[in-house]
Design a protein around this ligand. Structure first.
Ligand code: KG4
Ligand code: ZN
Length: 321
């Protein structure tokens, strides 16, 4: 049994996953409400909240799995990329748990974790496949050939897709985090009402900053009551442009790499329009799209563990570079 911990951003997660990918427990405590009033995640506030939530989330996870720490054979934890203070809370907790019980520790890369959300039961996906990873912090096209890793074939040149959703939602007065709210607002609007640009940069990279500016200009000129009336149309047209950019690039890369299978993971994989536009792809289960620890424990099944007690000096990293 692998105990996974995830604290890279504003979700405190713990999970129990077996070596063959069965999820026995998966608990996520979101801090979204805490950060909503600031319109985004405040790193220091996130770190302190992780500290308060780590122990109760762990207890809830053991209870959900009908397990005790005696059942845990290894600990897995996200050690980057993410908010450095937030990561250090999870990493310290993981080291303490592993060390106190003389267990091995698996450091897991958060992005590998998102991909590994596809390797869990009941329908584990087998590589090779081309993976679109679209989250609040990243937009990547990954050539996945083994369970243990991937090659990056495309990335965003500016904002991440989730960031584009969040910034758009903010401009439309839909609160934070706005992806899901924008998705809902879009379902009541006309996606062809506005002609927002779909950036086509060379290769398999993405760009979303021009789109965000186009929405800003469209919103800026509208009186408040008019914005209220056109909110659905604006959301639907804006979402259509993001989804088009994601789908076009993903299909082009799949063709170029002769990938037989496409997969989609990350918070934006929860988007309803993206899910129907890529209905033929392997889509991460809804509960595993946004940050969680089951995907971290899943990734650990395919990485080497650091034996007790060699991990005590292990550090976290904020960005992959
Ligand atoms: O993977 P995730 O939980 O965190 C990161 O690793 O960044 O992704 C969070 C992102 C946020 O930007 C959120 O707005 C977006 O996923 N998101 C959505 C939807 N649900 C969450 N974006 C579009 N449509 C959704 N339904
Ligand atoms: Zn994530």
């Amino acid at each position: 049994m692998i105990l996974g911990l995830e604290t890279s951003c504003d979700e405190t997660g713990a999970a129990l996953v077996t070596q063959d990918g069965e999820v026995h427990a998966n608990v996520v405590a979101s801090q979204a409400d805490l950060h909503a009033r600031y319109g985004g995640v405040v790193p220091e506030v996130a770190s302190r909240r992780h500290l308060e939530l780590a122990a109760p989330v762990l207890s809830a996870t053991l209870e959900q799995g009908g397990a005790t720490l005696d059942d845990v054979d290894a600990v897995a934890v996200t050690h980057g990329p993410g908010l450095i203070g937030a990561l250090l809370v999870g990493l310290s907790a993981a080291k303490a748990l592993a060390w106190s019980r003389q267990l091995p520790l698996h450091p897991v890369d958060h992005l590998h974790g998102h991909v590994a959300s596809l390797y869990l039961q009941p329908e584990p996906l087998e590589p090779p496949f081309l993976c679109l990873l679209a989250s609040g912090g990243h937009t990547l096209l990954l050539d996945v050939r083994t369970h243990a890793g991937y090659d990056i074939v495309g990335t965003t040149l500016d904002d991440a897709a989730g960031e584009a959703f969040d910034k758009g939602a903010r401009l439309l007065g839909l609160g934070y985090p706005g992806g899901a709210a924008l998705d809902r607002a879009a379902s009541e609007g006309d996606p062809s009402a506005y002609d927002f640009p779909v950036a086509r940069v060379p290769g398999f990279d993405f760009s979303f900053s021009g789109l965000k500016t186009a929405l800003l200009y469209a919103v800026r000129d509208l009186p408040a009551d008019e914005l209220e009336r056109r909110r659905g149309d604006l959301a639907a047209s804006y979402q259509r442009a993001i989804v088009r950019a994601l789908v076009e690039r993903t299909r082009a890369a799949a063709e170029d790499l002769r990938a037989k299978r496409i997969a989609v993971v990350g918070g934006v994989a929860a988007n309803s329009e993206l899910r129907s536009a890529l209905a033929d792809a392997a889509l991460a289960p809804l509960a595993l799209c946004t940050d969680n620890a089951a995907m971290i424990a899943s990734a650990a099944r395919f990485t080497h563990a650091i034996p007790f007690p060699e991990y005590l000096a292990l550090d976290a990293y904020a960005s992959a570079a």
